[in-house]
Design a protein around this ligand. Structure first.
Ligand code: MN
Length: 293
């Protein structure tokens, strides 16, 4: 059975929050993994990070990390000062993840989140900068035992890696056991001609997987074809983590950055979000069961 996870900001409108509360909550609901933005680790003491890790171990939760890279640290920047600053920033984040015993980072981690200012349509120069940066970043990931996943995201969030093919090509350029590929159903729905074929193309190079509906509600609530998705995961024998990443509340940093301009659950109280988390966990377990061979 795949490890099943949830992203903390299903519940929280700001990126930083009471991590301990959500470690306990994720365990209580029945998840195996809790994912959250890695940047707040930089503000935490090593002692604090270790105490969260101890709590997570205690309740049987694995912590994984994601990030949307602040453009001040854009490792694909044509400005060498910004690029070098970004390399150091991401290396520092990896070291913090390692202090907490973490082994996985994903997200828009290979370029500043968004399309570069004054982008003229040729992404190759930015891609080359990003690859140059990643070859430096990945050395620290190797030392720390962290797998650094590049996540293919939709065209409104990056110009560099929109599809599984582009993610795989990028990973090949880095050529390290610590570079990984993450696919996310919400982004695939926008960019891939066939979601099933994209998953099969990634095959055994798929390191981690995010789920979310076409409108970023919980899996099963929208119009994505979950039989196609879980069928394809079964086709490739995918046994890795499946982390659900719904965003259903307008407002706050999360609503702003994810472009959620209306509540996607009516009157989203904590109790209702808890119930929705239980629902999606059961939905995914049933889909895995349906396609288990
Ligand atoms: Mn994602």
């Amino acid at each position: 059975m795949n490890k099943l996870g949830i992203f903390m900001n299903f519940w929280e409108k700001n990126w930083d929050a009471d991590h301990a509360k959500y470690i306990r909550k994720a365990a209580r609901i029945g998840f195996d993994v809790l994912e959250f933005q890695a940047q707040p680790l930089l503000e935490m003491t090593d002692e604090k990070i270790r105490s969260l890790k101890a709590l997570a171990d205690d309740v049987g939760i694995e912590l994984t990390y994601s990030l949307g890279l602040d453009r001040a640290y854009d490792v694909s920047s044509l400005d060498e000062n910004i690029r070098k600053g970004g390399v150091k920033y991401l290396q520092d984040i990896i070291r913090k993840i390692h202090i907490g015993g973490g082994t996985l980072l994903s997200g828009v981690s290979y370029a500043g989140w968004g399309t570069p200012d004054n982008f003229a349509g040729d992404k190759r120069p930015y891609l080359e900068q990003s690859i140059k940066s990643m070859r430096e970043i990945i050395k620290v990931a190797e030392e720390c035992g962290v797998t650094y996943c590049v996540e293919a995201v939709n065209r409104f969030e990056t110009c560099l890696i929109n599809t599984a093919r582009e993610a795989l090509d990028y990973a090949s350029e880095i050529d390290s056991p610590n570079i990984g590929v993450l696919l996310d159903t919400y982004h695939m729905n926008i960019e891939e001609t066939s979601i099933g074929d994209a998953i099969r193309l990634a095959g055994d190079r798929l390191t981690s997987f995010h789920t979310g509906e076409n409108n970023r509600t919980a899996p099963g609530r929208g119009h994505l074809d979950w039989d196609e998705i879980f069928g394809a995961l079964a086709d490739i024998g995918y046994s890795g983590r499946i982390v659900s990443e719904p965003f259903v509340m307008a407002g706050g940093e999360v609503g702003r950055d994810i472009h959620v301009y209306r509540d996607l659950i009516a009157d989203p109280t904590e109790e209702k979000i808890d119930a929705e988390a239980k629902y999606l966990l059961n939905f995914e377990k049933e889909m895995i069961q349906k396609y288990s061979k």
